[in-house]
Write a protein that binds this ligand. Structure first.
Ligand code: NAD
Length: 340
């Protein structure tokens, strides 16, 4: 029997999670909920997804646009085992009341505070802790990226302390109302909220994060300095650990990937999903080891990194896989991310 999944909120994250769920062997996409007709609602209909009206939306607006709907969010929730909330920041908290009333399991996104759900989730980081929960929050794109890297470093060498500077994209490619268009904007919250958020997955990690926003839409880049508890043999050993872990993609110097433009060009060339890059991207030449001090850059495709995590969160909730690694393997094979 396949788990019936509803998606509430069909924007950047929701539409990607919908496609990812539809590809899983053990899941069925029951439908997607939108507030108003749009090009994204049109694509949902073109893909054959059942559309439901949510939020302040009116079915008459969909009728006027010629888009057939199958009912309201209440009908969608009644037909599903779990809902993935992909509404804008802070709206998920409001939607939680709907889910509680419908008695349905719910997964929230990183735009919500940690207390929106019983636990925060990262597939490599804390799958087992999240098994069987009725509510989970998939942490944000930046937190997911750091948590994945922490899941590689902590078990092998231990982390004494970690400093990350996040160079954040200003907006997603489809967002035309955000900035800055020119300039670099520091985040004056020091440390930035990302460090505490990582601790919702790794409570004992000593981590400090700072952030600046720059005029790009492609990806975030993290500049990491990690003092490990024990020294790796050499930089190659650290690179091998990242390379051996699912959801990491390393570029070699001979590939001539100078920065995020070539990373996203590679993603367009590869053609997975929305031409997404769901893995943490590391540059081999961008990792340096000095005793216990490791320095590395990683790039994070904000629009897609949390997509496989949402799929694994569904599996953790419903205990559909023996462990996190098994769930990751199923997800990644279905998405075309698996390496062999
Ligand atoms: P988005 O604005 O692209 O999409 C949100 C969608 O929800 C829109 O289609 C909007 O019409 C719809 N919506 C509005 N009110 C609603 C309601 N009451 N009920 C249901 N849907 C409603 O936003 P997004 O970028 O997809 O972000 C969704 C969540 O994912 C946020 O919590 C965000 O912080 C998180 N997130 C975003 C990114 C990113 O880079 N875009 C990365 C990781 C996590």
């Amino acid at each position: 029997m396949r788990v019936r999944v509803a998606i509430n909120g069909f924007g950047t994250i929701g539409k990607r999670v919908a496609d990812a769920v539809a590809k899983q062997p053990d899941m069925e996409l029951v439908g997607v909920a939108k507030t108003r007709p749009s090009y994204e609602a049109r694509r949902a209909a073109e893909k054959g997804y059942r559309l439901f009206v949510t939020g302040e939306g009116k079915s008459s607006d969909f009728d006027a646009a010629g888009l057939a709907t199958s009912g309201t969010i209440h009908d969608l929730l009644a037909a599903a085992d779990v809902v993935v909330d992909a509404a804008p920041d802070k709206v998920g908290k409001e939607n939680r009341k709907l889910y509680e009333k419908a008695g349905i399991r719910a997964i929230f996104q990183g735009g919500e505070k940690a207390d929106v759900a019983e636990a925060s989730f990262n597939a490599l980081g804390n799958y087992d802790v999240c098994r069987g929960k009725r509510t989970l929050r998939v942490v944000s794109c930046n937190t997911t990226g750091i948590a994945r890297a922490a899941a590689v470093l902590i078990p092998r060498w231990g982390v004494d302390h970690w400093e990350v500077t996040l160079v954040r994209r200003a907006a997603d490619p489809a967002e035309s109302k955000k900035g800055p268009l020119n300039g670099i904007v520091p985040t004056f919250q020091l440390p930035s909220h990302h460090g505490p958020d990582v601790k919702s997955i790794f409570p004992d990690l000593v981590i400090a994060t700072t952030a600046v926003v720059v005029p790009t839409t492609l990806m975030h880049v993290h500049v990491n300095h990690v003092r490990l508890k024990t020294a790796p043999r050499d930089a190659a050993e650290v690179l091998d650990a990242f390379r051996a872990t699912p959801r990491f993609h390393l570029f070699a110097p001979w590939e001539h990937v100078d920065g995020t433009p070539q990373v996203m060009e590679y993603a367009r060339d590869r053609g997975i999903g929305f031409n997404d890059m769901m893995e943490n991207v590391l540059w081999q030449e961008g990792l340096r080891l000095d005793g216990r001090d490791t320095y590395f850059f990683q790039a994070i495709h904000q629009e897609s990194i949390v997509v496989p995590e949402n799929v694994d969160a569904i599996r953790a909730m419903l205990d559909l896989a023996p462990d996190g690694r098994s769930s990751i393997a199923i997800t990644d094979r279905a998405l075309g991310l698996a390496r062999s």
